[in-house]
Design a protein around this ligand. Sequence first.
Ligand SMILES: [Ca+2]
Ligand SMILES: [Ca+2]
Ligand SMILES: [Ca+2]
Length: 226
Amino acid sequence: MNIRNRSNGFTLVEMAIVLVIIAFLIGGVLTPLSTQKEQERRAENQELLDEAVEALVGYALVNKQLPCPDITGNDGVADACATNSDTYYTGRLPWVTLGINAEFDPWGDNHFVYYTVNGAFVGYTSPAGIDLTTQGTNAGILWVHSAAADCLTPVNQVAFNPPAIIWTSAKNDYTPNADEAENANADECYVSRQYSTLANQEFDDQMVWLSPNVLFNRMVSAGKLP
Ligand SMILES: [Ca+2]
Ligand SMILES: [Ca+2]
Ligand SMILES: [Ca+2]
């Protein structure tokens, strides 16, 4: 009797083993897919940020200065800001003014692309503009570090005094983490470092900055400077 019952089906233990094996198989397929998807989006985001830098250079070739951020209206149109070496301006990347498809990063709604610019590089009345000595001063200077704790110090600098910084929070908002909070607080100090999902060290922001040397080089090459 016992032998007949066993031959008619699986025991609970056998079923459990089969379910565990299926779970492992599904997990083994699904986890890499989600990771792969995020990697694709991060690559797409990097392309978007690189394109934004190119658009800034193009804008400077035409206007002899960088655009102000989209500070009001959330309309993608750069707003007015005065030439002021002692301050910086921050807001969203003026995607309409720049003519690029950058209202959001690849993660979509409410994933904005942010832009901060040294006040020495904006606000000129035509035909004046920046020259090869433009670098800004004091509170207008932007800093990029590999850790928020080093803000505004010579320690762990990734970039010092770039004319402009463009960044997005990417997939996750890890602002309880100090390094992501440093990017979100819209001041002159920023953090760019390795992606991490380790507890209390989470970071996935993506950032680019415009090198003053690249900007000047391109403007000289185009005959816009000196
Ligand atoms: Ca605006
Ligand atoms: Ca983030
Ligand atoms: Ca900051």
